[in-house]
Design a protein. Structure first.
Length: 519
């Protein structure tokens, strides 16, 4: 008898599975050791990932297993079920295609005795992987359902909140912080703005739950949070990971909580009336927003924060002096930084002249166009990879269909089983054909875009000066933001120090370099 193949065992349980006591690491390992004996394999190592999700391969023991695979330390991976490897079907198939097969290695699944190196085994893993991916989506839904249930019962769903401590998953009033909350509501009732309240707290040395300075945003969040009147709000931010603050739900779940209120309902309602009145009032600053061309680009020379607009009346009453002001000072007060006012007209004139001078240079235009082509080509690489994967899977499924037909006509497979597998393959082949066509169209469109965009952008850059001069303030702002990523000024706040453009490999472009480039 020849030498035994070297095998490793991989086991995994999620945090939820650990808590529920199901599918333990030891139980998986025991079963796989017996399975290895039945297969005549020599187990050389066991990799255990306890408390890790199967959503991707970002697990320490799995990563170590991949490094050992590259070193050729084994030929077989043993797993209890497909979803122990990953609940993402594409990840499992990619592992087999790109990592195992090129090294003449394979994945064996003990439940069902499935071998990835055979056609039927590969097809079975694909099917089971699809089910595992669907199960992961179901798990996410169950977790959300569980949290919604806790919320509907008035229970706290976790997270830090100023004014309370979380003890045994319950909110308990923090006496010192709750007194600050009452002061915040009282100050707002007295018509103090968010900025004034934040500045006062910061000047007193009071910090947030995480030890940071209070800001306009943190004050607004406190004043609109019904937790402070004994209620729980859930599902206020929908799909947080993908939508962030833009995903606010207009109809969140609000129920009576199981915690004590910090403020009374009368004070809450009065403050909400102040909030509504403030929201409906028209700020004079809004009249200037479109005129500040460098908003979001210009940085404070002292702390590096962004800048916001600021204005002061001229002595003769004929208008306003306009400036860019440090955003950290504006939001958090003098504890965070100084005003560091930058005269609007002077700095905008310098930036516009610099940008126009740059775009008169043929070498700069070529560099922009090269960057554009590089970005488009990167997009085509990703599409090509996805297209190749779809074409490969299509070819494999077509081969499986031919083999299935041959087995059926040879009488080695029952008609019911043939019909069931054949229908599955037919649907899958149709889906893959559609995907291949779609990705091919996308690839053709990207190739066309390279030439179309080059002609369009080249024309726009050459005619930038006339285009910019005839644009509205909002259009000018958009044009500058399309080219410039960041602007830094000298400590005297009168001259540009650096301009960072989107299209340079070394993004920071000093003004001296601009002058040399365009001279």
């Amino acid at each position: 008898m020849g030498d035994k193949q070297l095998a490793v065992i991989y086991t995994r349980v999620s945090t939820e599975e650990q808590k529920n006591g199901g599918n333990s690491l030891q139980a998986q390992e025991d079963e796989l050791i017996k399975y290895a004996e039945q297969k005549g394999l020599k187990v050389v190592r066991v990799y255990c990932d306890g408390g890790y999700s199967g959503k991707d391969f970002n697990r320490p023991e799995f990563q170590q297993m991949m490094k050992d695979l590259e070193k050729g330390e084994f030929q077989v991976i043993l797993a209890w079920r497909v979803d122990r490897i990953s609940r993402n079907n594409k990840d499992v198939l990619t592992l087999i295609e790109n990592e195992l097969r090129p090294r003449n290695c394979k994945l064996l699944i003990s439940i069902g005795d499935i071998d990835s190196s055979t056609d039927n085994g590969f097809m079975m893993i694909s099917l089971l992987g699809t089910l595992a991916q669907h199960e992961r989506a179901s798990i996410i839904s169950r977790v959300k359902l569980g949290m919604n249930k806790r919320a509907s019962e008035g229970k706290w769903n976790g997270g830090l909140i100023y004014g309370y401590d979380c003890v045994d998953k319950k909110l308990v009033i923090n006496e010192a912080e709750s007194e600050v909350i009452r002061n915040i509501f009282q100050m707002r009732l007295e018509a103090m703005g968010y900025k004034a309240i934040a500045h006062r707290l910061n000047e007193r040395g009071i910090t947030t739950k995480t030890g940071k300075l209070f800001s306009i945003f943190s004050i607004k969040t406190i004043l609109t949070n019904p937790t402070y009147i004994g209620q729980n709000r859930w599902s206020y931010h929908q799909d947080w990971n993908t939508r962030r603050r833009k995903g606010k739900n207009e109809e969140p779940i609000i129920v009576e909580g199981q915690h004590e209120a910090v403020i009374n309902i009368e004070l809450w309602e009065k403050v909400q009336a102040v909030q509504l009145a403030s929201k409906n009032s028209v700020s004079t600053n809004k009249n200037f927003n479109g005129e500040f061309l460098l908003s979001g680009l210009l940085r404070c020379p002292k702390c590096g924060s962004g800048t916001v607009m600021s204005k002061s009346k001229k002595y003769d009453g004929s208008g306003y002096h306009l400036y860019y002001m440090c955003q950290a000072y504006h939001s958090k007060g003098k504890v965070a930084c100084d005003t560091n006012l930058i005269p609007k007209e002077r700095i905008e004139e310098q930036v516009i002249l610099t940008v126009k001078a740059l775009l008169h240079s043929d070498s700069i235009i070529d560099e922009v166009l090269e960057k554009l082509e590089h970005d488009v080509k990167q997009d085509t690489i990703e599409i090509k990879q996805t297209l190749n994967f779809a074409e490969k899977e299509l070819s494999q499924n077509e081969a499986l269909q031919k083999k299935l037909d041959a087995d059926y006509f040879a009488g080695s497979i029952a008609v019911q089983q043939y019909n069931r597998l054949s229908e599955h393959l037919r649907v899958r082949i149709e889906e893959l054909n559609n995907r291949v066509d779609e990705f091919q169209r996308m690839l053709d469109a990207e190739y066309a875009k390279i030439q179309i965009d080059r002609d369009t952008v080249n024309k726009a850059l050459i005619n930038f000066n006339s285009l910019f001069d005839s644009a509205t303030n909002e259009q000018k702002k958009a044009l500058i933001r399309a080219l410039v990523k960041r602007i830094d000024v000298e400590p005297d706040r009168k001259r540009i120090k650096d301009i960072t453009f989107w299209f340079f490999d070394k993004p920071t472009l000093p003004l001296s370099k601009v002058r040399r480039t365009v001279s």
